[in-house]
Design a protein around this ligand. Structure first.
Ligand code: NAD
Length: 462
């Protein structure tokens, strides 16, 4: 069989893998990247973050046009959804980004192999592709194979009526009634898309709150807002089974009557993709389904590293990217770092919800003294002109040192605003540092400054 030698083999070309490959190539390594899908970019670019954001944007524009443009003096005789065109735009965004990675690989002289990789032993990977099968050799291997949708016992996805986010990003027509199991990131984002496009949407959540892990005050605010938008959310509801029927699907839950629907979306978390990599044969044992690594991303086997969704931590594209860069730097020059205290999380609903650092619940649990400042969007000039006055910024700073511990935002463009908080926190800033920073007027980041002033007990606009 054909063989090729490289310095590093990266398995998986998602945000973790392709970024690791580029960084390692920048640092002078001869890098190969093996990807089984025909396009580069992984779940995030092909069937996750990017297509869902395209649909979130377009469905919101449609909904706004249909419901509130009139109040802005913009009148239409008719607004309608052309779903095939919306899906085509989504695909073209995906296409543009995935081909962008192809160009970056070329620019950085990274060899791209299409096929399924299996680690045969330390330093050796077999690639099995439709067009080619070969053996790759390299002293370093990074596993960046990501994750796939989780399932529930008693529910058999058929890829049509019962499916995951992959199917829900490409429904050919707007469901009459979409039932979503799980009120996490995916359930709320895709539930919002299809609600805006005209579906009845019911969300069934096992825990007693939506968005577990987020600050509970934000989660309560978000629950109220989504309910006002017409999402029918049932918390504390355990789904026991779902069966296909002639009309679609019947979902049985504890404590409430069965629900019937024409589409069921399973959004109950994702599971690491570790099967068929040969891990058991080379002596890598999983812990809670994930690959254990040390602080240099090294596994138990010399020369084999793992990053992203297959290792511990939040399953977020940007966390995987950070780990990809740091891992490449460890391999190429013996140093690299990820600041796990400052990994933002964003839910791209309307309003957006964004969070960085510790939640108020965590500070209470950990008995950390803190001061809290809250600023509503309502008092912000830019929010008023945008017509997006709903929401607030909550800032948490250490009670003695004033160092920023967490920032939690629900409101327009929260996903963009959180970057200021993350930057400040990475530099070890205090709430006073933000309060003393001149922010352009009128802009939404002024709400962050106002929250910093509120933390100092000297808010001006609230
Ligand atoms: P999630 O962990 O965010 O939410 C899953 C939800 O399903 C939880 O609230 C959980 O309590 C609930 N659940 C589990 N079992 C249940 C049951 N039997 N009945 C009812 N509810 C049940 O997971 P997700 O929304 O599937 O997203 C998967 C991953 O993808 C997450 O780790 C997330 O970070 C990532 N993601 C991120 C973004 C983003 O950054 N905007 C978007 C989509 C996905």
């Amino acid at each position: 069989m054909k063989e090729a030698q490289h310095d590093l083999i990266v398995i998986g070309a998602g945000p973790g893998g392709y970024v690791a490959a580029i960084r390692a190539a920048q640092l002078g390594l001869d890098v190969a990247c093996v990807e089984k899908a025909s396009e580069l970019g992984g779940t995030c670019l092909r069937i996750g973050c990017i297509p869902s954001k395209a649909l979130l944007e377009d469905s919101e524009l449609y909904h706004e046009a249909a419901t509130s443009y009139g109040q802005r003096g913009i009148k239409f005789s008719k607004v309608e959804v052309d779903l095939p065109s919306m899906m085509a735009r989504k695909e073209s965004v995906v296409q543009s980004l995935t081909s962008g990675i192809q160009s970056l690989f070329k620019k950085n002289k990274i060899t791209h192999y299409t096929g399924e990789a299996r680690i045969q032993e330390a330093g050796q990977v077999a690639v099995n592709g439709a067009k080619q099968s070969l053996t790759l050799k390299a002293p370093n291997i990074i596993i960046a194979t990501g994750s796939q949708p989780g399932s529930l016992p008693g529910i058999e996805p058929d890829g049509e009526v019962i499916g995951s986010s992959t199917e829900a990003l490409s429904y050919q027509k707007v469901p009459k009634h979409l039932v979503v199991i799980g009120a996490g990131y995916i359930g709320l984002e895709l539930g919002s898309v299809w609600k805006r496009l005209g579906a009845q949407v019911t969300v069934l959540e096992y825990l007693d709150r939506i968005l577990p892990g987020m600050d509970s005050e934000l989660s309560r605010q978000a629950h109220k807002t989504f309910s006002q938008q017409g999402l029918e959310i049932h918390v504390g509801t355990r789904v026991t089974s779902a069966k296909k029927t002639d009309e679609g699907c019947r979902v049985e839950c504890e404590g409430m009557d069965p629900v019937t629907c024409d589409r069921l979306l399973l959004a109950v978390g994702r599971k690491p993709s570790t099967a068929n990599l040969g891990l058991e044969d080379i002596g890598i044992e999983l812990e809670n389904g994930r690959i254990p690594v040390n602080e240099h991303f090294a596994t138990q086997v010399d020369g084999i590293y793992a990053i992203g969704d297959v290792v511990a931590g939040p399953m977020l594209a940007h966390k995987a990217e950070e780990e990809g860069i740091a891992c490449a730097e460890w391999i190429a020059r013996g140093g690299g770092h990820v600041n796990y205290d400052v990994i933002p999380g964003v839910v791209y609903t309307r309003p957006e919800i964004a969070s960085v650092g510790q939640t108020e619940d965590q500070l209470k649990e950990r008995a950390i003294p803190y001061r809290k400042g809250v600023a509503p969007y309502k008092g912000n000039g830019r929010a008023q002109t945008l017509g997006s006055v709903e929401g607030s910024v909550k800032m948490l700073a250490h009670g003695e040192t004033d160092r920023l511990l967490g920032v939690h935002i629900i409101g327009a463009r929260a996903g963009d605003l959180i970057a200021e908080a993350a930057t400040a926190m990475s530099f070890g800033a205090s709430s006073e540092d933000l309060a003393l920073t001149c922010h352009a007027h009128p802009t939404l980041p002024e709400v962050i400054r106002e929250a910093a002033l509120a933390t100092q007990g000297r808010a001006i606009h609230c």
